[in-house]
Design a protein around this ligand. Structure first.
Ligand code: ADP
Ligand code: MG
Length: 354
């Protein structure tokens, strides 16, 4: 299966004018951008969501259907890609009000709802445990967001390969039994995230933030573990345009490097090249696009106005190539109790690929 790539165009901000809108969404999941010279670029996606689309609608269409697969033993990765100020954090985390909640709290809510249902339907014979990890990659170093910034070491946490998956060593894993508890943990952790002002966005995130939701389903016969990863990537803008100071330039260089490596990985995979440069940045090692994820949804966030033009075109082309990546569907092996018997392989035939 390929990575599902969907585009989401944010509404105009108060400071932006209708006259500067150059990105249009079409009827058949395409987005077209017109340059100053009148050239028009059109890109096709699995779905395109325009400014009117509510958080609920995006979640129901793109993320809710993955929960079934998560409980069927597949890993799920949802990531937001785009220039700073295009709505990645709005999409993933969202606002405070119920209607504004983003993909992440809704995903957790869906996971808890399904867990309760399973426990009820099996009269408690099957139980579901949820545990969270949350970390950021900042200047190509991994920091645990469940730890206060004072506890960070200069080198950050190391990565390790574990049966084909990249794992972060020494990461805190917090059991979390309900949505209220989640919200508290998530809010606290977000305060530990590295943000600083840049010219493009007053609270621009300079780091990739990765939330891992591990679910363990235990029935009398087996224990099955799978993980949903929800990733809010750092901004993909070209740092020459932001007039950053020196420190910001160092950050920008490593953000841009990891996103550049991501683009190279995408390029290599779609060209079916033998060598894919995953290992050249921590973010791409962790994301391992096309390597070992069950289901991947990339949400490409876009701003419709002229000032974003060059970055919009570059992220549209990266995302467009991502669509062609084949992802091997690897089910996590259940751990059986008692006599060995063949694993039931859940089928992905019903997944929502158009
Ligand atoms: P990013 O994380 O990509 O830098 P943000 O999520 O911070 O971008 O969004 C930039 C601004 O646009 C914020 O003020 C945010 O509230 C607003 N915004 C983004 N997407 C939407 C949307 N779909 N609806 C309403 N406001 C949005
Ligand atoms: Mg952000």
């Amino acid at each position: 299966m390929s990575v599902r790539v969907v585009a989401r165009v944010r509404p105009l901000l108060k400071s932006e004018r209708e006259a500067d809108v150059i990105l249009r969404t079409g009827s058949s999941a395409n987005a077209s951008e017109k340059s100053q010279r009148g050239e028009e670029y059109t890109f096709q996606f699995n779905s395109v969501y325009d400014a009117e689309v509510a958080q609920q609608e995006l979640f129901d269409a793109e993320v809710a259907p993955t929960i079934k697969h998560l409980f069927g033993g597949f890993d799920v990765t949802i990531f937001a890609y785009g220039v700073t100020g295009t709505g990645k954090t709005h999409t993933m985390r969202g606002g405070k009000s119920l209607a504004d909640r983003g993909v992440i709290p809704r995903l957790l809510s869906g996971i808890y709802r399904r867990s309760r249902k399973i426990e009820k339907d099996t009269e408690g014979e099957t139980t579901v445990q949820v545990a969270l990890s949350y970390y950021e990659i900042y200047n190509d170093k991994v920091y645990d967001l469940f730890e206060p910034p004072e506890k960070r070491t200069l080198a950050g946490l190391p990565l390790r390969d574990n049966g084909g998956k990249t794992v972060v060593c020494g990461l805190t894993e917090k059991p979390c039994t309900n949505l209220k508890e989640f919200e508290k943990l998530y809010d606290q952790a977000n305060n530990n995230r590295s943000t600083s002002a840049t010219k493009l966005n007053a609270h621009s995130s300079r780091s990739h933030a990765i939330l891992g939701v591990k679910i363990t389903v235990t029935s009398p016969e087996k224990t099955q573990v799978s993980t949903a990863s929800a990733i809010d990537l750092a901004g993909s803008e070209d740092n020459r345009r932001t007039e950053n100071d020196k420190e910001r330039m160092v950050e920008s260089a490593s953000i841009n490097k990891s996103l550049f490596v991501l683009a190279q990985c995408v390029e290599a995979i779609t060209r079916k090249q033998h060598r894919i440069p995953y290992r050249e940045s921590k973010m791409t090692r962790i994301l391992s696009l096309g390597q070992n994820h069950g289901l991947t949804v990339m949400i490409l966030n876009l701003a419709p106005v002229r000032s974003y033009h060059l970055d919009t075109i570059s992220s549209l082309s990266v995302a467009n190539r991502t669509r062609k990546i084949e992802v091997r569907e690897v089910e996590n092996d259940p751990i059986f109790k008692g006599p060995a018997r063949p694993a039931q392989r859940p089928s992905l035939a019903s997944a929502r690929q158009p």
